[in-house]
Design a protein around this ligand. Structure first.
Ligand code: HEM
Ligand code: SF4
Ligand code: SF4
Length: 375
């Protein structure tokens, strides 16, 4: 089992908390902690993904710095989350990308966007800065788009699935099909409502500062649902293309457009809000290593929606070539960075919340516990 400085620090911190228990009403982490006497990499990875980084336990802790115990639960768990994202990455060596994540995502964006602009302008030649009657497919043929996004999409899906499986198996969780579906739905509900961003008292979390606020929860909801609507818009377009022989571009009042515009607005309001409160946030609760990863993901989401909405507005103008290249470059970078960046948190957090719903119901620990052999 992993024994690193980050695991040791999280174990030290939670061992003190388990004796103190002052924060037990705040969130799921403390309830999961109370079901255990010992902490190891498995159950700490689980609890790290349960922590919503709301900051409440840091601001209420009598052992927080300058106390000699130097206790900072959210920072210890945030640092451990970043480490375990790398540990569960597939293929394993790609886990290194979680170190200096902001830097490599930025470099990848520049590389891919430049490749799209240069590649498209060379292929289309003089017509790059012209209007195009057959809109997008006159600039990048449909088959090329399918080949690029289809192969990258397949790789990303495999990498995400492999990482999630590794997470599941490392913690020796039970077969997913044997889970109690009522508890699974409870976990899904807790994830979708971001239950634990309420600070434990329903007033909101102590983020960006000590004053309780719901702003992070609201901006995350805009981001999450904006992303889901954009995903639904792309899926609707694919179904219309293949199942109903209705190729893009679509009218303003059409399923892909309405979903895309609503999603795009969500993906502007949400990431802008999250970036704004992040700039004001007390650095203490986020750990030292996470900022680049969070910011690069937020900027990618923001650029995806901004370039998508501008592309829609300039569709019938000579700017369509450059905007299409920009938008596709950003979307491809977002795709490629999904298994190796902040995006992965959604899956691990969802699993952690489902497992917590089961542990809470049974009132016993199941993470890291050996599954009994079938008789
Ligand atoms: C199961 C679903 C999800 C849950 C439970 C969840 C939960 C959370 C929590 C608790 C945080 C704050 C702590 C942290 O920084 O890790 C967070 C951050 C974030 N989430 Fe999610 N998330 C989910 C899915 C998503 C999805 C699908 C997106 C967008 C594609 C997203 C975008 C973000 C962003 C951009 C941040 C960084 C915010 C910041 O730095 O302040 N999340 N998420
Ligand atoms: S964070 Fe501090 S106050 Fe809260 S349980 Fe841990 S030691 Fe106690
Ligand atoms: S920061 Fe918030 S979510 Fe994380 S352990 Fe503390 S109270 Fe719980």
């Amino acid at each position: 089992m992993r024994l690193t400085d980050k695991v040791n620090e999280a174990a030290r911190v939670l061992t003190i908390c388990n004796a103190c228990r002052y924060c037990e009403g705040h969130c799921a982490v403390f309830q999961a902690m109370e079901l255990r006497l010992e902490f190891n990499a498995d159950n700490l990875d689980y609890m790290a993904n349960l922590c919503h980084n709301c900051g409440a336990c840091y601001h209420n802790c009598q052992y927080a710095p300058p106390h000699e115990f130097n206790l900072n639960v959210p920072a210890a768990l945030a640092e451990l989350r970043q480490e375990n994202y790398g540990v569960f990455a597939w293929p394993g060596f790609m886990g290194k990308l979680f170190t200096n994540n902001g830097l490599w995502v930025t470099l990848l964006s520049v590389l891919i966007i430049t490749a799209f602009i240069v590649g498209t302008s060379l292929t289309v030649g003089e017509d790059f800065f012209q209007t195009h009657d057959n809109a997008f497919y006159g600039i990048i043929p449909h088959n090329n788009l399918v080949a690029i996004f289809g192969s990258v999409g397949a790789f990303v899906a495999i990498a995400l699935l492999a990482s999630i499986t590794k997470f599941w198996q490392t913690m020796r969780l039970p077969n997913p099909f044997s889970l109690d579906w009522g508890r699974v739905m409870q976990g899904v509900k807790d994830a979708l409502t971001l239950k634990y961003l309420d600070g434990g008292n329903g007033q909101g979390c102590s983020y960006p500062d000590e004053t309780p606020s719901m702003s992070r929860r609201w901006f995350h909801q805009f981001t999450f649902w904006g992303f889901m609507l954009c995903f639904a818009a792309t899926s609707a377009g694919t179904i219309m293309h293949y199942a109903f022989a209705l190729p893009a571009p679509y009218d303003f009042i059409s399923l892909p457009k309405v979903l895309g515009v609503l999603g795009g607005i969500g993906l502007i309001v949400g990431p802008l809000g999250l970036l704004h409160i992040k700039a004001k946030a007390t650095p203490d609760v986020k750990g030292k290593t996470n900022k680049g990863m969070d910011v690069s993901f937020l900027v990618l989401l923001l650029l995806t929606s901004i370039t998508g909405l501008i592309l829609m507005a300039v569709r019938d103008t000579a700017l369509v070539g450059i905007m299409l290249s920009l938008h596709l470059g950003v979307v491809l970078t977002l795709f490629l960075s999904m298994p190796y960046g902040k995006f992965i948190h959604g899956f691990y957090r969802l699993i952690a919340l489902i497992v917590f719903a089961i542990e809470k119901e049974k009132h016993e620990a199941i993470v890291g516990v050996d599954i009994p052999e079938k008789e």
